[in-house]
Ligand binder design. Sequence first.
Ligand SMILES: [Zn+2]
Length: 79
Amino acid sequence: MTQQSVNRCPCCGYRTGCTTCPVCFWTDDGQSDADAGMVAGGPNGEVSLSDARLNFAIYGASHRRYRDVVRAPRSDELP
Ligand SMILES: [Zn+2]
C-alpha cells in the first residue's frame, strides 16, 4: 500500500485513513469542503466540519470532549 492510497482526514488533514480519525477524532461520513458548514448529525453530532477544523486548531481534537483520547500524528501520516 502506498501513502497515496491512504485517505486524508477531512478535518485535520493527516493521512490516517480511518473512519474515525485517531488524531482529531472526526468520523468521516463523507462530508467535505462542499458542505463543510453543514451540521450533518450522525457520528459527529452537532459539530460541522468547519467547526471541527476550528476545534482541532484550538484543542487539537475535533471536539473539546475528545481532547484526552486523540493521539499525535505519526510521521507517515503527515499530509
Ligand atoms: Zn483527523
